[in-house]
Design a protein around this ligand. Sequence first.
Ligand SMILES: Nc1ncnc2c1ncn2[C@@H]1O[C@H](COP(=O)(O)OP(=O)(O)OP(=O)(O)O)[C@@H](O)[C@H]1O
Ligand SMILES: [Mg+2]
Length: 286
Amino acid sequence: MSAPVAPLLEVRDVELRIGGLHILRGVTFDVRENEFFTVIGPNGAGKTSLLNVLSRIYHPTAGSVAFDGRSLLEVRRTGLADLGIARTFQNLALFEHMDVMDNVVLGRQRLMRSGVLTGAVWWGRARREEAEARQACEPLIDLLGLGDFLNRPIRDLPYGIKKRIELARALAVEPRLLLLDEPAAGMNDEETEELADWILTAKQELGVTVVMIEHDMGMVTRLGDRALVLDFGTVVTIESPRAAIADPRVISAYLGDETEEADDPTATGTIAVGIPLGQDRKAKHA
Ligand SMILES: Nc1ncnc2c1ncn2[C@@H]1O[C@H](COP(=O)(O)OP(=O)(O)OP(=O)(O)O)[C@@H](O)[C@H]1O
Ligand SMILES: [Mg+2]
């Protein structure tokens, strides 16, 4: 019998307090290599804070986080890319005045000794490295269907394309673990479906493990292997996305958050896929 494979990510009893707020409470879970792991829960549940812990923006008050058997809590934020961890943000974080290629190439900075923007001293080497980085990004640009937009400034592009560029930049890190915070926020149904296809393609082609926060339940049930449900910083359940959205504890977590929906007959029984809940939350980011 072969030994069980250790999880890629191990989160144990994580507590996070900021000021007087107790934001995460005893959060424990594992993510397996190559898994598509999703995190759902009402607004303010602590999802982004959890991702901030995983990406070393927040240091937990207690608990442990291990990546590939090594404590992440001893790694600086700037060392994450070297370990193979990349993330996207809930709000777009692109350089609007730069073009698509430049934004994607920035993701490779850790793979370039001289750095993209600091090459003045080592001009020759920097130019060579930058050319190599651009070349290395071309398959990724093709994979994500961004070839037509390459030399256009980001600010001129539709929102859906910008979100895809952000995904490309994170993948340019060549991560083993990709952390996505509401990739479909602010998108309509068609754009959401299209982005889900791109994420799936990237995951399959590049063999990356994904942790994705998302409010769009259609996307979560379609892509996710498992869903962790957070409410008030506590793990309510970890199960298949379909089981999670039908779980009475999860439904009451959502209804408790949106009391105005308590009288809505469509808001009982299950959290419908493509639900008003998702639309409301998306509108918030639009
Ligand atoms: N740096 C901070 N300072 C103070 N409070 C914070 C900080 N970061 C998070 N919080 C609080 O922690 C709670 C959880 O916030 P978080 O952004 O993690 O929620 P979320 O689940 O991502 O919500 P949403 O679905 O709206 O994005 C909120 O009450 C938020 O105001
Ligand atoms: Mg959030």
